[in-house]
Design a protein around this ligand. Structure first.
Ligand code: BG6
Length: 345
């Protein structure tokens, strides 16, 4: 995260010279399309909230395998951002080529230097996460988040939508993330202890609103990928439209409530599942939960800007998945049926 930030933050401001995006181009983009697969697509779901909130540019996030085959009218002065750790994912590469054929500008957020997607994109933002060995991405995902959040902040500043103070605040908040993650990792034994409770679970639900929902998508995938336990991520407000029928005594629900503007809404959603017997693990930035009856386990995250709280939540999810996998005697580095990069359709 420090390396990704330091590649674009110079003397307290974001500098996209190396990425070759000019201020004129930024002002011209009337629409952003984010195209990716897997965890990279989850980064896109998060980035949609932050870019739309800060830069007020409409963002559409598409799975690359869908984008490449659907008839979708693309806005000519749109920017297509493709996110790919390997830079070789077949669907993402094909989707980018299709966008280029239609005359749109393409920006690749890629980790592997000189990969196909990096070479063919008009512009490249390298995430500098270093080689990622594990099939299930961790640092690659977080470095991609940094890149997309820098894009959101810089686009907002160039378009004059945030003040110099807000700009400096967001940049300094991004710079506090590494130390806050280090603080979370100091507490990993506690996470190992209650991860043991998921080892025999059959279904786990991850719920949140806004960017908390986006990080639930990643938390759910991590658990599926390396512990083979079925799980689903749900927008907390959507539970009552069907899925709550699956909540019964002891069903684990992991809830994230870091977003101030919807905090009380998520808490009321948690009360609904708790009333039906769910075993609730709640992640918040609050130090103490005012009403301890709403959850069985409470994890307090270090305070940080709402937009960036998911950097902390995702580390908790990665640890839960890791300890659950190891607790089940599985090998988290080589999950069955999965490949690090899917270079075929
Ligand atoms: C999957 C990986 O195969 O592909 C995921 O296991 C990854 O971790 C997804 O998010 C997309 O790959 P890439 O390299 O395009 O980010």
């Amino acid at each position: 995260i420090r390396d990704t930030l330091n590649s674009v933050v110079k003397d307290g401001v974001i500098d996209f010279t190396d990425i070759d995006i000019t201020e004129e181009e930024i002002k011209k983009y009337s629409q952003i399309y984010i195209v990716a697969c897997g965890s990279a697509w989850h980064v896109g779901v998060e980035a949609q909230y932050v870019i739309e909130e800060l830069a007020q540019i409409p963002v559409r996030v598409e799975l690359a395998s869908e984008f490449r085959y659907r008839e979708m009218p693309l806005v000519k002065d749109g920017l297509v951002i493709v996110i790919s750790q390997s830079g070789e994912t077949a669907d993402t590469l094909a989707a980018m080529r299709m966008a280029k054929d239609k005359g749109l500008a393409t920006l690749a957020v890629v980790n592997v230097i000189g990969s196909s997607i990096a070479r063919e994109a008009d512009k490249v933002f390298y995430t500098l996460a270093g080689p990622e060995i594990s099939v299930a991405t961790t640092k690659g995902y977080s470095a991609q988040l940094v890149a997309l959040d820098c894009i959101a902040v810089q686009f907002a500043k160039v378009k004059g939508l945030i003040t110099d103070e807000q700009y400096s605040y967001y940049i300094s908040e991004l710079q506090t993330i590494p130390e806050k993650i280090e603080k979370i990792l100091q507490d990993k034994e506690r996470i190992q202890w209650f991860a043991a409770k998921y080892a025999n679970a059959h279904d786990v639900f991850f719920v949140g609103r806004g960017v908390d929902y986006a990080v639930c998508l990643e938390g759910s995938l991590k658990l599926k990928e390396i512990s083979y336990i079925h799980s689903e991520a749900y927008a907390a407000g959507e539970l009552k439209h069907g899925t709550i029928a699956l909540i019964s005594e002891g069903v684990p629900v992991i809830a994230v409530a870091t977003q101030k503007h919807v905090y009380s809404k998520v808490i009321s959603n948690i009360r609904e599942v708790k009333a039906r017997g769910a075993y609730v693990t709640l992640l918040t930035r609050e130090k103490e939960i005012t009403d301890p009856s709403i959850c069985d386990v409470h994890i307090s995250l270090p305070d940080i800007a709402d937009e960036f709280a998911i950097f902390e939540a995702v580390v908790i999810f990665q640890l839960i998945a890791y300890y659950t996998s190891v607790g089940k005697g599985l090998n988290p580095d080589q999950p069955r049926n999965l490949a690090k990069s899917v270079t075929v359709e």
